[in-house]
Design a protein around this ligand. Sequence first.
Ligand code: ADP
Length: 293
Amino acid sequence: MIWNLGSINADNFYRLPHLPGPGETIAATDLRQGLGGKGANMSVAAARAAARVMHIGAVGQDGTWALQRLLEYGVETAHITVIDTTTGHANIHIDADGENNIVLFPGANHMVTDQMIGAALAEASPGDFLLMQNETLGQPFAAETAKLLGMRVAYAAAPFRADSVTRLMDKVDLLILNAVEAQQLEDATGIALGDLPIADIVVTLGADGCRWISATNEAERSFAAFRSDVVDTTGAGDTFTGYLVAGLDRGMKMPEAIELAQKAGALMVARQGTADVIPDLKDVLDHDFGQGA
Ligand code: ADP
């Protein structure tokens, strides 16, 4: 089972003739709302990959629709607390050329307490996964508790902060980074990824696939991506991570879980949207990727 301490956001996509300048008021021509937040995306991805997923997080009174939608997508929501505040949201302005700017408000995501996390993890079993990102609070307490309970800790360190990674490093079993984040981590620590005290590190490389650095095997292996017609790369990394951890949770070895995650990522970039359009396991297994990787 996967216990995902993660953000839940409303993604509000406003279409505008142009992006507003200082002091300017513009009427949007369209508004679409979707479920987002790295945490919610990863929970949905893992649930669609057929894992049992308990989301740990918080929404405001205005966010019960998000909770309902997670439930419909197969995510367990008993440890999402509804509190008296605003649900996290991203207001995404998109102009006629597709250029955008984004205002992000963490809201309830930044009101997750250690007590909420403790109450959830008290129900976890040894061998379960704790999954975390950087859009909520409470990662140090969650990681420490998970290790005491004999859980495996997976950490997708985005939005990236080097100090968050260094303070959690000795408790993380699987670290997932994209290429930019991997470089930032090496620059900040002065240590090559292979020399960090983490059993498995996976670096995603967009259309170039990914790299697996295994401290246990003292080996590094590259995997080519599957071919895809790119429409929108948003959510590719979150989909990859959800599928990767779900595969490992279901007993796959790392190369097999990586193959599944890369297939899901390749399908995801061919779709417009975030949590609502993450491919399910049947889509991934039925798709003909040709020769692929
Ligand atoms: P992030 O969104 O976190 O920056 P990446 O862009 O590295 O993550 O993408 C995560 C994974 O999704 C990649 O490792 C790859 O498997 C898949 N992916 C991303 N972009 C493409 C692409 N253009 N073609 C095929 N697969 C892709």
